[in-house]
Ligand binder design. Structure first.
Ligand code: PMP
Length: 336
């Protein structure tokens, strides 16, 4: 028997859905599912719980066991929340380019951090995913959860996010817009809506530089570029990602994504992360080109707290070329 889970875990999921009222959404009604309201701050809390509970069910994870994952992102936070609550040890293998704030946050949640090189690729023993796999094989009773190929990842969305949206939208959803990091959200929701509401279109929101939008729209892709948006966009198609559910993909550049997230905070008071900007910008474009009224859902994937010194700083935005340098005159926001 694992330790009884604290009530905190019951706060994962059942997130609010709100309708946007101050954006031009053409003939459509646009709703945002507030995944930032999860206890560790993102849509990945659902996946942290699902990955751990699946490993418990399969008998792979025993009381007091060790979980290994390769991430410094929201999955790490979700896993850290659930691992702490259930008494498991969590080891995260993190490439050394990751922000110190993220590492400090994960450490504070009780995760053990193993830093590794960012400058090596798959197949190198110090590549973070190869290192996590090896580490898990060396520690007795440890498991490598690997969200990119673990079916418990999309399952979390098929069994929780999808049904919640369906109920909150009164069984009437024309389109769902989401991004792909691991593809868990898109695949899980794609499966749910294919079963319950075949009319619902899945639209991919993709940062410029990612290969996925081209793959969806043309079946081919060129070389991957780079992008500033965190958590979505890929240079490969993860094992768990089933793009066949996607009818259409829209590419958004970094500047438009980040400015749209800032607009969301100023117009509606919702503090979302960078991927939220990509999703909302995609949703707005999709809504405005419709000729009939549609009911559309997209996500605030994570809280914007950790982006205050980036997308919410006029100084940073101007330095990156995403806002004109004189947008606030003297660029004093960092010290005021
Ligand atoms: N937004 C953010 C901020 C994320 O961290 C993630 C997960 N990487 C996603 C969106 C995309 O989720 P998924 O892994 O389900 O594709």
């Amino acid at each position: 028997m694992s330790a009884p889970a604290p009530a905190m875990l019951s706060l994962i999921g059942n997130t609010p859905l709100v309708e946007l009222t101050r954006f031009d959404t053409g003939p459509c009604r646009l709703f945002l599912k507030l995944e930032n309201a999860n206890p560790a701050g993102s849509i990945k809390d659902r996946v942290g719980r699902s990955l751990i509970e699946a490993a418990e069910r399969d008998g792979k994870l025993k009381p007091g066991g060790t979980i290994v994952e390769a991430t410094a992102g929201n999955t790490g936070l979700g896993l850290a929340l659930v691992a702490a609550a259930k008494g498991y040890k969590l080891i995260l293998v993190i490439p050394d380019k990751m922000a110190l704030e993220k590492i400090a946050h994960l450490r504070a949640m009780g995760a053990e951090i193993r830093m590794t090189r960012s400058d090596v690729g798959k197949g190198h023993p110090e590549y973070y995913q190869d290192m996590a796999l090896k580490l898990a094989s060396e520690i007795p009773g440890a498991i490598y959860v690997n969200q990119f190929s673990n079916p418990a990842n999309p399952e979390a969305h098929e069994t929780t996010t999808g049904p919640e949206i369906w109920e909150q939208m009164n069984h009437d959803v024309d389109a769902v817009i989401c991004g792909v990091g691991s593809g868990g959200t898109l695949t899980g929701l794609g499966r749910f809506f294919a079963k319950h509401s075949p009319k619902t279109k899945m639209v991919l929101a993709d940062p410029k530089g990612s290969i996925l939008a081209d793959l969806v729209n043309t079946g081919k892709h060129g070389p991957a570029g780079s992008w500033a948006i965190e958590g979505i966009g890929e240079d490969f198609v993860p094992d768990v990602c089933d793009l066949s559910f996607t009818n259409e993909a829209i590419t958004i550049d970094d500047g438009e994504s980040l400015r749209t997230a800032r607009d969301l905070l100023q117009k509606e008071g919702i503090l979302g992360g960078s991927s939220t900007g990509t999703l909302l910008a995609t949703a707005l474009r999709w809504c405005r080109k419709q000729t009939e009224p549609k009911r559309v859902v997209t996500f605030v994937c994570d809280t914007g707290n950790k982006y205050l010194s980036k997308q919410y700083s006029d100084f940073w935005m101007a330095e990156q070329g995403f806002l004109p340098r004189n947008s606030r005159g003297d660029l004093t926001d960092l010290i005021s």
